[in-house]
Design a protein around this ligand. Structure first.
Ligand SMILES: Nc1ncnc2c1ncn2[C@@H]1O[C@H](COP(=O)(O)OP(=O)(O)O)[C@@H](O)[C@H]1O
Ligand SMILES: [Mg+2]
Length: 249
């Protein structure tokens, strides 16, 4: 099995060299734990270090915020974009009704972009935003149910998208916010973790940050919680150090 190096220093050491090619990895954690930076760094590093084209899909942040993040870490998006190595796709939301009606065609657009670029990496930030939009049923003025709005429907959307990326051998990172930020909580709706190949949890217990690989198919991953830092260069995982599970909230 080919491994896709994440480009996040230290992380590959705890997952046998990288993500399994074609897998979908869920990266979850509370607000400010580093999910967006993780997803961005994965796509950026693929392009900058390994010459692997990638797409960063955002629901949450305006392109301006993303560019600010890239600038913050000195990541030269403009030149990678020019070379066709990296693209940012902002999902158009407008209203939940319009979003529900256009999601399928937006996925088609993303898949077309992935094919055209020969993208090997995709990051989707975040499936929580997607789920929040669609958690409630959407009913037309005439009373017709346009969207049933439940966890199963959201799960199906995420799974369909993940399957289409897999068909193209794309290795993806989906981010998800945890609601209560309990250490044993791994996703927003409690369903995503069953449809992905890997689950990585990020923690921020000030002043310390940590990372834990909960699951990774076909991988003898570390079973320890490792310290993680965010510096002006981005995320770094301290593969040789450990934080005790009991120290987490
Ligand atoms: N240059 C930097 N040096 C250190 N920490 C930083 C830097 N840039 C951002 N951070 C930290 O990263 C956090 C944001 O991470 P982000 O990936 O946006 O979180 P999430 O998406 O999980 O909400 C900030 O709140 C800050 O603590
Ligand atoms: Mg974020």
């Amino acid at each position: 099995m080919r491994r896709v190096p994440t480009g996040i220093p230290g992380l590959d050491n705890i997952i046998q060299g990288g993500f399994p090619e074609g897998s979908t990895i869920l990266v979850s954690g509370g607000a400010g734990t580093g999910k967006t930076i993780f997803a961005l760094q994965y796509v950026y590093s693929g392009a900058a270090l390994y010459n692997e084209p990638g797409v960063f899909i955002t629901f949450e942040e305006s392109p301006k915020n993303i560019l600010w993040n890239l600038q913050n870490f000195g990541w030269d998006y403009a030149s990678l974009n020019k070379q066709g190595l990296m693209k940012i796709y902002r999902v158009s939301i407008d209203t939940p009704e319009k979003f529900a009606a256009t999601w399928k065609s937006q996925v088609d657009n993303i898949i077309a972009m992935v094919k055209e670029m020969g993208a090997q990496r995709v990051a989707l930030d975040s499936i929580t935003a997607l789920g929040m939009l669609l958690a409630e049923p959407i009913v037309s003025k005439e009373g017709a149910e346009l969207w049933m709005g439940n966890a199963l429907a959201i799960r199906t959307m995420i799974k369909d998208f993940s399957d289409r990326l897999k068909e193209l051998d794309v290795t993806s990172v989906f981010t998800a916010g945890t609601k209560e930020d309990k250490k044993t909580e791994f996703s927003t709706f409690g369903v995503e973790e069953f449809i992905v190949d890997g689950v990585i949890r990020l923690y921020f217990i000030p002043p310390r940050r940590a990372i834990f690989v909960r699951k990774m198919r076909g991988t003898q991953h570390s079973h320890r919680v490792h310290p993680m830092t965010i510096t002006e260069k981005g995320i770094e995982v301290h593969a040789n150090d450990e934080i005790l599970w009991e120290a987490l909230k």
